[in-house]
Design a protein around this ligand. Structure first.
Ligand code: NAD
Length: 262
């Protein structure tokens, strides 16, 4: 059997929002460790399915809308039916909306809270019983530096990300004497489609080039002046799944170029 040398060989990882950006980066790194992968997210999933199949692991896709609890239940059932259980749950799907509180559209508020926060409650509550029965599991919540500090115009996102850091701590505590751990990763800027939209808006607003817009975005908040990459975040997720992380519980681990150290 392939990948026997890897400690995660044969485990099943579900990564929500893995058709793009950070989720895709994490899915590829977990597949490289021999994990079977359940993909989720919108857009072109076929090329992602193909790329991960080529890594010699079993892979499937489910298109659940993570804003809809009944669809999340279908996703969790499909994962259990296909692979037996979900050993590694990466709650990554997320959206952004930028506006001041007084004009923030109620429908966008509800969508950001549902997709960025409530979805992680639903996947966790449905994944935990099988993890607890196996006495092994990893839940990794992709929060953000915005789970630790605020930025203007991002009320729903910052509220959801602070919320998921809280959910991470409680989930970790409730399982603290078992082999099930729960931790959050808090990236600063990562140049994914979600952030490119903000770079584009800034370029238009300031009348500058794409490169200048990226430079000024980083300079405002991130002391390293570098984007974190999906590959770096994937390596951190692999570490949090490994045996050295058995007693890392309830942390919110920044990978933010110093943003929150200020
Ligand atoms: P992205 O837009 O590249 O990817 C988001 C993924 O989520 C895509 O696969 C998309 O299809 C999926 N998705 C969106 N809405 C969904 C829904 N309703 N149901 C199912 N899937 C849905 O964004 P990204 O930058 O890779 O963001 C991934 C996560 O990382 C998000 O939770 C985001 O908040 C977080 N994050 C991103 C950054 C950054 O700088 N890019 C920084 C900190 C945290």
């Amino acid at each position: 059997m392939a990948h026997k040398a890897h400690s995660l060989a044969g485990k099943t990882a579900l990564i929500t929002g893995s058709t793009s950006g950070i989720g895709l980066g994490i899915a590829k790194k977990l597949a490289a460790q021999g994990c079977n992968i359940m993909l989720n997210g919108f857009g072109d999933y076929e090329s992602v399915l193909e790329a991960i199949t080529a890594m010699d692991v079993q892979v499937d896709y489910h298109g659940a809308d993570m804003g809809q609890p009944n669809e999340i239940e279908n996703l969790m059932n499909a994962t259990a039916n296909r692979f037996g259980r979900c050993d590694i749950l990466v709650n990554n799907a997320g959206i952004q909306h930028v506006a001041p509180v007084e004009t923030f559209p109620t429908e966008r508020w509800n969508a950001v809270i549902a997709i960025n926060l409530s979805s992680a409650f639903h996947t966790s509550r449905l994944a935990l019983p099988a993890m607890q029965a196996a006495n092994w599991g990893r839940i990794i919540n992709i929060a953000s530096v915005h789970g630790l500090v605020g930025s203007a115009q991002k009320s729903a996102y910052v509220a959801a990300k602070h919320g998921i850091v809280g959910l991470t701590k409680v989930t970790a505590l409730e399982n603290a004497t078992s082999g099930v751990t729960c931790n959050a990763i808090c990236p600063g800027w990562v140049l994914t489609p979600l952030v490119q939209q903000q770079v584009d808006a800034r370029a238009t607003q300031m009348g500058v080039s794409n490169e200048e817009s990226k430079r000024s975005l980083l300079a405002e908040k991130e002391p390293s002046l570098q984007f974190t990459t999906p590959e770096e975040l994937g390596d951190l997720a692999v570490f949090l799944c490994g045996p050295a992380s058995n007693n890392i519980r309830g942390v919110a681990w920044q990978m933010d170029g110093g943003w929150s150290a200020q």
